[in-house]
Design a protein around this ligand. Structure first.
Ligand SMILES: Nc1ncnc2c1ncn2[C@@H]1O[C@H](COP(=O)(O)OP(=O)(O)O)[C@@H](O)[C@H]1O
Ligand SMILES: [Mg+2]
Length: 149
């Protein structure tokens, strides 16, 4: 495990910018990204920026109800999942996330993925967001076994 970034964000826009930066610097087809942090901390905002950095032009919506949203650009697919509502490992398996992971050209991003981290063998990126005061958020990014920039 290695820390690859640590930032403080003062706004929604700044968090999106950091997401964009992460996508451009570190993420490649086949990658898995787990996004952890409390409700309302900015996980979906970060993913908006990541998607932009990956060239997705569509508007990113929270998958907390749909559980998974897919965005395509050419043969690239961004799979945006949210495990907030899931309680059992079987529910995750039923969602078919393994299929998403088998798409070597795709990138899988999972909000609340830390709830079922035992289901994810490395390599993956782990982004952790936490609250500072007011609109301050702390963003930390780790990589597990896949640290090429
Ligand atoms: N620095 C910041 N970074 C990200 N979001 C922020 C920040 N400051 C305030 N916010 C607000 O916090 C909320 C984050 O929502 P969202 O990204 O949906 O959270 P999550 O997906 O973690 O539940 C948004 O309403 C956003 O405007
Ligand atoms: Mg969210």
């Amino acid at each position: 495990m290695k820390i690859i970034a640590r930032w403080q964000s003062k706004s929604e826009e700044e968090t999106q910018k950091r997401g964009e930066e992460l996508a451009k610097k570190f993420f490649h087809p086949g990658d898995l990204v787990i996004v952890a942090g409390e409700l309302g901390v900015g996980k979906t905002q970060l993913v908006k920026g990541i998607a932009r950095g990956l060239g997705i032009e569509e508007e990113i919506k929270s998958p907390s109800f749909s559980l998974v949203n897919e965005y395509k650009k050419g043969d690239f697919t961004l799979y945006h999942l949210d495990f907030y509502r899931l309680e059992k490992e079987e529910e995750v398996i039923d969602l078919g996330w393994e299929e998403y992971q088998e798409d070597e050209k795709g990138i899988v991003i999972v909000e609340w993925g830390d709830k079922f981290s035992s289901l994810f063998p490395p390599p993956f990126f782990w982004v952790h967001l936490s609250y500072g005061g007011e609109e301050i958020r702390y963003i930390e990014v780790f990589c597990y076994d896949s640290c090429s920039g």
